[in-house]
Design a protein around this ligand. Sequence first.
Ligand code: ATP
Ligand code: MG
Length: 338
Amino acid sequence: MSGLDIGIDLGTTSIIVYLGNKGIVLSEPSVIAVDMRREEVLTVGEKAFEMIGKTPSYIIAERPLKNGVISNHVLTEYMIREYIKRICGTLMIKPRISICIPSSTTKVEADAVVDAAVKAGARKVYLLEEPIAAAIGAGIDITKANGVLIVDIGGGTTDIAVISLSGIVSSRSVRCAGQTFDQAIIDYVRNTYKILIGERMAEKVKIEIASAYSADPQKTIEVKGRHLLKGLPEKLLISQAELYPVIREQAMMIVDAVKEVLESTPPELVGDIYTNGITLTGGGALLGGFGELLESEIGVHVVVAENPLNCVAIGAGKSFEYLDDLNQGFSDAIMHTH
Ligand SMILES: Nc1ncnc2c1ncn2[C@@H]1O[C@H](COP(=O)(O)OP(=O)(O)OP(=O)(O)O)[C@@H](O)[C@H]1O
Ligand SMILES: [Mg+2]
């Protein structure tokens, strides 16, 4: 692979960039801060993330991609342009870029992303379907006539796809993923204790103790929030056991969607999947007990990919090796040459 090929995972939660011979060179929150008075981008990524909820009225700091879709394409365009400029600035020759965008992106939004990349200095831009990138990044040879099932659990959406001969045979995308679990935890604490906790606190609870498969009352975490009636700050200890039904309910929505995909998959490929197992990618793949739950409900061996958070970016970067085979993956790709 040329050192000048770049893969980008434009996710709802984070944007991750893989550069040819270097590997992952950037991983930051998908957040942008704009000064509305001057109509100027202030910053992107980590610094913009810290500004969320703390800005004066003339500054907006927000996620331009929400719930797995591009909710503000102008800001998305600005954000991607900033990042590509940052990376291209260090390169002597214009790179080829392969970008993964959310599966429900419209043609207009996709064009905006491609345009932004070209303006920021790309020589050629390819759009790649996320499950294809996730599979390549998980180290799977996608070119064989051998069905593989990928479940990519991101922040906003879970993408489930059966891949064979470099193309997607059947797929489904559901709006149940990392952030859904965070929200379910917020709702549970509010309804049970009348305490409001923030998104970051809920995510911490999820990462540290939540499980879709075990309910240990000894596993606890202290949460801080604001009491809804008293209006004052309050601390509280919550356990894995009490959260278990809440987490499991959400996790089952993903399990059911996997079942539906299997039901619409040709039998020969279902046979392959029983042999090959199911591969989990995306940050949500790290949710405690999810692999076990899926394995017990479907009866197929489940593997969490190595580096699940980086799979899509790695796969996008490596997709250039498959350029000739990726008929379907690159088919909707608007190939822009500058
Ligand atoms: N150890 C962990 N346990 C549970 N969830 C985790 C863990 N680490 C990260 N996550 C969750 O993974 C999600 C982010 O995953 P990822 O970076 O794959 O999403 P994304 O690609 O930005 O989103 P999308 O694919 O929906 O656009 C977040 O909701 C985060 O809370
Ligand atoms: Mg993703």
